[in-house]
Design a protein around this ligand. Structure first.
Ligand code: 6GU
Length: 233
């Protein structure tokens, strides 16, 4: 059974499986073709009872921007959840959420079904958030114009953990943030040995695999100390 990910959005066309959309290339495209991932985007607008298919309105108390109304989103969630008998983990993409980490990604990849809600405008009416009680997730401390790109980031990160999503070359790779090792990756080199006067480090040409591994591990630690001291503590 593939992981089913539904997205509720007012911009469903952003989730097209057709290249060059983010989910139409690389690992997400392969995962969909291999049948380990199913992505379904649903337009919240289709659940508006308003004659202009409105999904947002002005905030009580005044202020800039618009607020997503409770009813269309709530009805959309109920409809989409009914499309599949498996219970869905609800996730709201919002800058007010907890910052997405690899640990959260690993947890989400274990689910059978995810329901992602891409917030827009100034935000959602607080009452529908209380009623739906989603996991609230942000992808970092900066502001996007909507949750859609954040939802794609989450889908991409989850997809590459699904059994069968990665090719052999990719799964053999030991990456930053995998498993227990919270270190950055070591630098990588390929042909040619010299480029614009810059040499590949000799150790990598030595053929001594123990020495190479020791060098790479030292590089990981060095880089992490220099670039992300917060990861070491
Ligand atoms: Cl999840 N949404 C929006 N609108 N902005 C963000 C974000 C999410 N994560 C970081 N910035």
């Amino acid at each position: 059974m593939p992981l089913r990910i539904d997205i509720l959005t007012t911009f469903p066309e952003m989730f097209s499986a057709e290249s060059p959309a983010a989910l139409g290339v690389s690992i997400p495209a392969r995962a969909r073709k291999a049948g380990v991932l199913e992505v379904v985007a649903t337009d919240i607008r289709g659940f508006s009872t308003d004659k202009h298919r409105k999904t947002d309105d002005r905030p009580f108390g005044g202020g800039p921007g618009m607020v997503m109304m409770c009813q269309p989103l709530f009805d959309a969630v109920k409809h989409v959840e009914g499309l599949d008998p498996r219970p869905a983990r609800r996730v709201l993409l919002t800058p007010q959420g907890k910052t997405l980490t690899q640990q959260m990604v690993e947890e989400l990849a274990k689910q059978e079904r995810l329901l992602l809600i891409a917030g827009h405008y100034e935000g959602l009416d607080e009452r529908v958030i209380e009623e739906l009680a989603p996991l609230e997730v942000s992808i970092g401390d900066y502001v996007l114009s909507g949750g859609e790109l954040a939802a794609m980031v989450l889908i991409d990160a989850v997809t590459r953990l699904l059994p069968g999503a990665l090719g052999d070359a990719e799964s053999a790779h030991v990456e930053s943030f995998c498993g227990e090792q919270r270190l950055l990756d070591h630098p990588h080199y390929t042909k040619p040995r010299e480029w614009m006067g810059r040499q590949v480090p000799d150790v990598l040409l030595s053929g001594d695999h123990a020495k190479i591994e020791a060098w790479r591990q030292a590089q990981r630690v060095e880089r992490t100390k220099a670039r992300r001291p917060d990861l070491i503590g």
